[in-house]
Design a protein around this ligand. Sequence first.
Ligand code: OOG
Ligand code: MG
Length: 255
Amino acid sequence: MKHENIKYSILLDAAAKNVNPIEQISKNDKITLDEAYAIQKNSIATRLERGERLSGIKLGFTSKAKMEQMGVHDLIWGRLTDGMEIKNGGDLILNNFIHPRVEPEIAYLLEKDIAEPISEDNVFDYVSNVAAAIEIIDSRYKNFKFSLEDVIADNCSSSGYVIGDWKDFSIDVSNLQMKLQVDGKVVQSGNSSAILGNPLNSLLEAFRLANQYGVHLKKGMVILAGAATPAVFVKENNFVAVEVENLGRVSLNVK
Ligand code: OOG
Ligand code: MG
């Protein structure tokens, strides 16, 4: 890995750890997509060395609404760690975030280590559950602005997630109403079909990417399919809930 890229991976990790945003890489340097993913990997490796554990992966920009909000038009993926998980109904501590946003998502749970390519035919052997979820994204770049390469290097803004009660994977999630509420008011609403036509496509895409990039997905890990609507900034004392038709409700308190 290039010296400069190691430096960026350290800067991004420090920005998250110290809750202090940095300049976009693209302001000074032109990196390739491969370099951006290498920076992400190295940056997250530093977190893992501090004792966090890889808990899954997330996809981003799987809906038009998200692409348009952020001006980025390609599918991206990032790593989740156990340190990012907030229990359902738990607290998001604002001091630990730079400028957090929340978005409504669908999560999947793996019931077996992935040991072969996954398609619609064998996905039922590996995935047991699905749930409503909230993702907390928190760009490590100033003003939440980035290029495609910038956001990939920054682990796709991943910074937290909350999973609702797990439901059976056999539930059809291709066409479900999804609502994001803040303090009891609906602030975004959409449909799960906005996520690559069906969140299941996102799941299959996640398996393909994990395989391509050599990420070992294991039993108990989660996959976030990507938001169905634009994300919303939160502030102190907000109560955030996501409701997905047939999957129920998941929430957090901003403290
Ligand atoms: C990048 C992360 C995108 C999604 O669900 O589309 C994402 C960002 O918007 O900061 O997580
Ligand atoms: Mg997301």
